[in-house]
Write a protein that binds this ligand. Structure first.
Ligand SMILES: [Ca+2]
Length: 293
């Protein structure tokens, strides 16, 4: 791509995710991240669905429901249903591979779920990783307790996939729990949505309210909940929100501590930002969410 077109062309993005917005007691952060992206000047080429927050077929239904509500017709393709699917091709893996083959060097991959689909694409097509422009991943924890010891959710559910993706030869940015937890969705943000009376505002408020309540009661997060995947999506939209931090890491591929990160001189160097401009992020995030209301 020439430097002139790089300034005018919209960033092309594939999103691998495990959406659960609207499903009782499940994290809605993938859904909020998708709403942020779809309100922003990027080209979403398609969604591939991995197991994670919910079973893959539920994630596919959730994605269809969400996109229908906002009038989006981007492709949604279901993929891996468990970590035992690692290495076995599936429709999501085929979609990822075909999309990247058709536009080598142009597509950014945003990974918001356990990395089974992404790692499988890398093993089925050895040119897949090298043909990506970059990978932006929500996963891992350096110091966010207790996940620094046991492994963060996405990485823990498929540690082998996470280890393979982190080691892959492509520029990578990892948004860990440490940086994603610097943004908080609070009662004030719910109130902001509830000031609107559209059908979508009611849907969004009804999705946010029980998750906010659950985080306060069960997870003892008095202020609110962390929009993990929304923070990762924001990196694609405005990397200046973050302080970059090159660091060499390894990922524990299996066992009780599957997905645990360790800083290691022998590891793979990635960018793992440690600081988020949280106020600027929250303004961008809420402006996007309210734009549908
Ligand atoms: Ca997710």
């Amino acid at each position: 791509m020439s430097s002139a077109s790089a300034h005018t062309a919209r960033k092309r993005v594939l999103v691998d995710c495990d959406p659960a917005i609207g499903v009782r007691n499940r994290d809605l952060d993938d859904g909020l991240a998708l709403l942020l992206l779809l309100a922003s000047p990027v080209e979403i080429e398609g969604l591939t669905i991995n197991f994670g927050n919910v079973a893959t077929d539920v994630g596919v239904s959730v994605a269809h429901d969400l996109l229908q509500r906002i009038g989006s017709t981007i492709p949604i393709v279901g993929g891996a249903t468990s970590r035992h699917d690692l290495g076995a091709s599936n429709p999501a893996v085929d979609f990822l591979i075909d999309s990247v083959r058709a536009a080598p060097g142009e597509i950014s991959l945003l990974a918001l779920a356990p990395l089974t689909n992404v790692a499988t694409a890398m093993s089925v097509d050895p040119s897949f990783a090298g043909n990506l422009r970059e990978i932006v991943i929500m996963g891992g924890s350096f110091d966010f307790k207790p996940f620094k010891w046991v492994g963060e959710f996405n990485f823990h559910l498929d540690g082998a996939a996470a280890a393979r993706v982190i080691a892959a030869p492509v520029p990578k940015t990892l948004l860990t729990m440490d940086v994603c937890s610097q943004a908080v969705v609070r009662q004030a943000q719910l109130d902001q949505v509830r000031t609107h009376s559209s059908e979508f505002a009611t849907y969004l408020g009804d999705a946010i309210e029980p998750w906010l309540s659950l985080n306060r009661r069960v997870f003892r997060r008095a202020k609110g909940f962390f929009p993990w995947d929304g923070v990762a999506a924001a990196y694609l939209l405005d990397p200046t929100l973050f302080e970059s931090n090159p660091v060499a890491i390894d990922v524990q591929p299996s066992g009780l501590r599957s997905g645990r990160l360790t800083v290691s001189d022998h590891g793979t160097t990635i960018n793992a930002p440690t600081r988020l401009a949280a106020d600027r992020f929250m303004t961008m995030f809420m402006d996007a969410l309210v734009s549908y209301c």
